[in-house]
Design a binder for this molecule. Structure first.
Ligand SMILES: [Zn+2]
Length: 369
């Protein structure tokens, strides 16, 4: 067994990552060791991290030096002594969602509602997160990482590691659609359909039998590409070319959509989201997974009259990740649309520094350790 490995570590917030040689960890008794083959990342991660403590002071980063890397996929190479049903050689996506495992929410399978909810390789949601980082300090920007067995999603052979490194953002959309009670035959609106989250919702909508998919976006070229995924079922509308809700209502006989997924990018104004909310039918749902940061002027009387639910959603369970993997295995979920941009570990600082030639959600940035 190899004793040392390369790991990209950040030693100061906003500083460059350095490639350090550190010991290969031993998995805990209910953990596995995964050899990372690809790790997905949010574009512009470097800028996000540099401004983190200013923008999100309530969301703690791990103690430094830290190994980032949110969305790893790889091969199990070693299993802890209490592992029964995972074997070396298995191809897996490692869901970065960590939690305590013992509270009422964790025991109910609702790990993202645990007060120790932490993104391995990124940030935590509360003061308890450092305890989790002490146990799981390895993000995906290194050669080997430990992971609890509860986090593993088994990959079908037809899903590549680079594609699996996109499971995090696709899964975020999947978790939102589950909260929207998405069922076959429904209509949905994806506000921001050509971005990283929105494209995932579009692909999942096609896979899950959502018969009519309405999508908005700023870039007509990207919207045309999204529509081409399923021209008979997807309709697109450029933001800024008139009201989204009026467009949707006009296309649905005044009815509106069963649910709306808000997947707008950072900087989108609240008014855009309020407009999209108005596209939801009576009794429908709106789920936010996007990055609108402005406070919404929300007409709660209208919500009551129309019995519309507005829901916040964050990430997804490993079980939901497995459901996505099965959709991909069957060919229903098409992961082939992504254009991979691969960066070796040594190039991690370029990878996270933000690249301008993006094709919206079609571009997939992966670090290959
Ligand atoms: Zn818990």
């Amino acid at each position: 067994m190899i004793k040392m490995m390369r790991a990209a570590r950040m030693h100061a917030v906003g500083g460059p990552m350095t490639i350090d040689n550190i010991p290969v960890p031993k998995p805990g008794s209910t953990d596995v060791l995964v050899q990372v083959k690809a790790c997905g990342m949010v574009p512009n991660l470097g800028n996000v991290l540099a401004n983190w403590t200013k923008w999100f002071p309530h969301l703690p980063l791990p103690k430094l030096p830290a190994i980032f890397g949110l969305d790893p996929a790889g091969v199990v190479v070693e299993v802890g002594e209490q592992i029964v049903d995972v074997r070396p050689g298995e191809r897996v996506y490692v869901n970065p969602l960590r939690s305590c495992g013992a509270c009422q929410m964790c025991r109910a399978g609702e790990r993202s509602r645990c007060r120790y909810f932490t993104f391995n390789g990124y940030f935590g949601f509360g003061p308890g997160s450092q305890k989790i980082y002490d146990i799981y300090p390895y993000g995906g920007f290194c050669e080997y990482m430990t992971a609890p067995q509860y986090a593993l999603v088994r990959l079908p052979d037809n899903v590549t590691f680079e594609q699996a490194a996109r499971f995090g953002y696709t899964g975020t959309s999947y978790g939102a659609m589950k909260k929207a009670n998405a069922t076959p035959g429904q209509c949905m609106l994806v506000d921001g359909i050509s971005g990283t989250l929105g494209l995932g919702a579009a692909l999942l909508g096609v896979a899950m039998g959502i018969t009519r998919i309405f999508g908005t976006g700023r870039n007509q070229g990207l919207l045309d590409r999204v529509k081409a995924l399923a021209p008979d079922r997807i309709e697109v509308h450029a933001l800024g070319s008139g009201s989204t809700s009026e467009w949707v209502k006009s296309r649905t006989g005044g009815e509106g959509v069963d649910f709306m997924i808000s997947a707008l990018g950072p900087g989108a104004p609240a008014s855009t989201m309020v407009d999209a909310l108005r596209a939801v039918r009576r009794g429908g749902r709106a789920v936010n997974v996007g990055a609108v940061a402005e406070v919404l002027p929300l007409d709660v009387h209208w919500l009551m009259d129309e019995q519309i639910q507005v829901i916040g959603s964050n990430w997804f369970t490993a079980a939901q990740g497995q459901e996505m993997a099965e959709l991909a295995r069957s060919g229903l979920l098409d992961m082939s649309v992504f254009e991979h941009r691969r960066f070796p570990l040594e190039d991690v600082n370029n990878a996270i520094s933000g690249l301008s030639d993006r094709n919206g959600g079609f571009s997939n940035y992966v670090v290959v350790p």
